[in-house]
Design a protein around this ligand. Structure first.
Ligand code: CU
Length: 647
């Protein structure tokens, strides 16, 4: 869990920071067997969709030269490629996976979303001690589920350096949908910096990679639109919070190249089809720090699985993928032309791109890039339904370094802008802005979402969702580990997410997800555990739960074996966090009644209060954490211990 504790070897660090060309060239001269495993013979350095199958599979984790945009560095890989090899197994089989460590440091493999005994879950310090250099660890477990999953290192920054790969589990029963061919589409992010230097940069300066800050031109047009006084207040407020309304990703396209199946946008990964075929795409977000908004202009995507679980099919044009989530979609390209698979990053600082085409070498059009989104009052937990805002003096906005006093008296009135308009374009019409004003919106959803497509249905359904009414934050006791508190938090499963709210097409929402079949355990949760998602970026990049990083809160969260409990997440921060529970499903309490969808990873939006139900049927110690790699490393991590109530 400690990136400092599992530093890369000095040699590797030097390779990544200097003299890259020479060392990489020298490495390329090494015989292929340097990263070959005995059972499956030679691996080329080109990744392919061809899977490893069988009862016994050998994997080797080692250093490998990796070239992106004609620049080569040393990556850490599984069997020599990024991503690592596709592993394809069958529900009902047993598998033995022998993982050999050829690094100079401890490594590990975690099988993400797979239900298995805790000793083979692969988290150093929780499940086992990790795989020491030069040794082989044998994972053995029965495959009891089906769907699209993935596996990755759970050690230090190795996941950012290339240790991730797809895992496909074929079902015993026929699939409830039809397709003619299927492709894995694994999204990730690559940087030529070491994970340590990325983290160090963020600790020194939280906005280190954020080059999307507001410009002087925007400042003057804001004055024109809002007036000088209101504009100054707005800027002053963000400044005093030491935050930035353009802050959507800690690490951005400034350093990342965004990859699809290990290939940069220019290299253009291509999947072939014959017009009229149904193509299943298994999207996996294996990025270390990047949320993707995925679409294929010209094609409707029918979502058939979420996190490997069958759902009632939903047709959409775009879907957001938090880090570690997977979605399986079916598309039917009918024209004899190329279609672009476009995965734009949430912060709009870049994209991954590939192509579906009838013949190799074809390229589709690259869609126009969208403007960056901006944080709104809602993201800050300040404009929730029913909230009285007249004359409000920023309740609950805890400011660092005693600046809270300075915020008082900054009254917000209906005729003045207090925050950014929710429209992604920063300088919108005054009328647009007025509609954002709380005093004109009493009793209504602040962004007048009732006028948006799907919102009526959402409003009808939301009353059945725990947390659908705004809940006021109790007095803040999170300490210095938390920079701000969302005064009001509320379930936002029915919203597509910031930056997608004005999309002209259908965007997947969590309220669209309904399990195809009801889960056997339909008990109402009889216990609730509330966890606050907290952080303080202004102060050394701290991320935590309940204001405490893992190293300061080593006590496990206790589940009683056999119980059905509710985990309620309250996001006090202004970022989306993909929360991942090992060993057990999280059943999204999204109003779907008997058909709550099961997920291994749940995006929790800013100022959101959401809950998941869990059947605690897996005794042992399990990891629970934010899947943004550097948030986990910074301390947004806990151990969940499932044991009998008495013990
Ligand atoms: Cu996080």
């Amino acid at each position: 869990m400690d990136i400092q504790g599992t530093r890369m070897t000095r040699r590797l660090f030097l390779q990544r920071t200097g003299a890259l060309g020479l060392l990489a060239a020298a490495q390329q001269l090494l015989p292929a067997c340097a990263w070959t495993n005995a059972a499956t013979n030679i691996h080329s350095s080109v990744w392919s969709q061809t899977p490893l199958r069988g009862e016994v599979i050998d994997l080797t984790i080692g250093e490998t030269p990796f070239t992106v945009n004609e620049r080569t560095a040393t990556a850490i890989t599984v069997n020599g490629t990024i991503p690592g090899p596709v592993i394809r197994l069958r529900e009902g089989q047993e598998v033995t996976l022998r993982v050999t460590n050829r690094l100079g440091e401890i490594t590990s493999i975690h099988w993400h979303g797979i239900l298995l005994p805790p000793v083979v879950d692969g988290v150093p310090g929780v499940s086992f001690a990790g795989i020491k250099p030069g040794t082989t660890f044998t994972y053995r477990f029965p495959v009891t589920q089906s769907g699209t999953y993935w596996y990755h290192s759970h050690s230090g920054g190795q996941e950012m350096l290339g240790v991730y790969a797809p895992m496909i589990l074929d079902p015993l029963q026929p699939e409830p949908f039809h397709y003619d061919r299927d492709y894995v589409v694994m999204l990730s992010d690559w940087t030529f910096e070491s994970p340590e230097s990325v983290l160090a940069n963020l600790k020194k300066q939280p906005a280190y990679y954020n080059f999307q800050e507001r410009t002087a031109g925007e400042f003057f047009s804001n004055i024109a639109n809002w007036g000088l006084r209101a504009t100054l207040k707005n800027y002053l407020m963000w400044d005093q919070m030491r935050m930035n309304p353009t802050d959507f990703a800690d690490v951005t396209g400034y350093t990342f190249t965004y990859l699809m199946n290990g290939m940069s946008p220019g290299a253009n990964w291509t999947g072939l089809f014959r017009p009229g075929e149904k193509v299943r795409l298994r999207f996996i977000n294996a990025a270390s720090m990047t949320f993707y908004d995925v679409r294929i202009p010209g094609l409707t995507m029918t979502v058939v699985q979420a996190d490997g679980q069958n759902i009632q099919p939903v047709a959409v044009e775009e879907l957001r993928m938090g880090v570690a989530e997977t979605y399986d979609v079916i598309v039917e390209p009918t024209d004899d032309r190329a279609y672009t698979i476009f995965a734009e990053t949430l912060d709009r600082s870049g994209y991954a791109r590939g192509t579906l085409a009838p013949r190799p070498g074809m390229e589709g059009e690259i869609p126009e890039r969208r403007p960056r989104p901006l944080r709104t009052m809602e993201d800050m937990g300040m404009s929730m339904k029913g909230m009285e805002m007249d004359g409000m003096d920023m309740p609950g906005m805890k400011m660092p370094h005693g600046s809270e006093m300075a915020m008082r008296g900054m009254e917000i009135r209906g005729d003045q802008p207090s925050m950014e308009p929710s429209d992604p374009k920063p300088n919108t019409e005054h009328t647009q802005h007025d509609s954002e004003m709380p005093s004109t919106q009493k009793g209504q959803h602040p962004q007048d979402m009732s006028k948006m497509p799907g919102m009526e249905e959402y409003d009808q359904r939301r009353s059945r969702i725990p947390g659908s009414e705004p809940v006021k934050h109790a007095p803040d006791d999170h300490g210095t580990g938390n920079q701000t508190v969302a005064e009001y938090s509320q379930n936002r499963f029915g919203e597509p997410g910031r930056g997608l709210e004005n999309s002209p097409w259908r965007v997947l929402r969590y309220t669209d997800l309904k399990s195809l079949t009801p889960y056997p355990d339909q008990r109402e949760p009889d216990r609730e555990i509330e966890l606050h998602v907290t952080g303080n970026m202004a102060d050394r990049y701290m991320w935590s739960f309940n204001g405490k990083k893992y190293s300061d809160a080593p006590e496990p969260i206790r589940f009683h074996y056999g119980e059905r409990l509710r985990l309620t997440f309250v996001n006090d921060t202004m970022m989306e966090h993909p929360l991942h529970l090992h060993g057990m499903w999280m059943h999204l309490e999204n109003g779907a009644g008997k058909y709550l969808p099961r997920k291994h990873t749940v995006i929790v939006k800013p100022a959101e209060r959401v809950s998941v139900a869990v059947t605690a049927d897996a005794p042992g110690r399990w990891a629970f954490h934010c899947h943004l790699l550097l948030h986990m490393e910074a301390g947004m991590f806990r151990v969940v211990e499932v044991s009998d109530k008495e013990s």
